[in-house]
Design a protein around this ligand. Structure first.
Ligand code: FES
Length: 141
């Protein structure tokens, strides 16, 4: 292993987790063009605002994405990290779910395997689970 590899590895905890947020969800379209601000963009802004005071803001990146193919279940987010289950959640209300998403992200971060049992998830993320994908480094849960 080179010195550069070591340096990269020592930074592996920086943004080691990612919260993907679909910014296209709940868009209004006219003549093939998106009109105004989408629900996903509003939701993303709420998350980014809340995350300014979030203790995990340096470790849990919020990454906007164009679409996660769950368009009829807006708004949609995903939690992902190396070696952990990946979760996709939908049906998140723009005005009410942002704090619940960050609360759930805290739980996801705290678990070595990332498993989020129904009973431990905030109310807004109890029903809208769309996918639970095993980690690449060996199936768990
Ligand atoms: S537009 Fe949000 S998942 Fe497709």
């Amino acid at each position: 292993m080179t010195a550069v590899d070591n340096a990269l590895n020592s930074n592996s905890d920086v943004s080691s987790h990612t919260l993907f947020v679909c910014k296209t969800c709940a868009s209004v379209w006219q003549d093939g063009k998106r009109i105004g601000e989408s629900g996903g963009e509003k939701f993303l802004k709420k998350l980014q605002l809340l995350a300014q005071d979030w203790e995990l803001r340096e470790k849990f990146a919020i990454q906007p994405v164009e679409c996660m193919s769950a368009c009829n279940r807006s708004c949609v987010v995903a939690f992902a990290a190396q070696g952990k289950i990946t979760y996709l959640f939908g049906d998140l209300a723009v005005d009410e779910s942002a704090s619940a998403v960050l609360e759930c992200a805290n739980k996801y971060y705290d678990k070595n395997d990332g498993i989020l049992p129904w009973s431990e998830r905030p109310e807004a993320l109890k029903k809208g689970i769309l996918a639970k994908i095993p980690p690449i480094s060996g199936a768990r849960g």
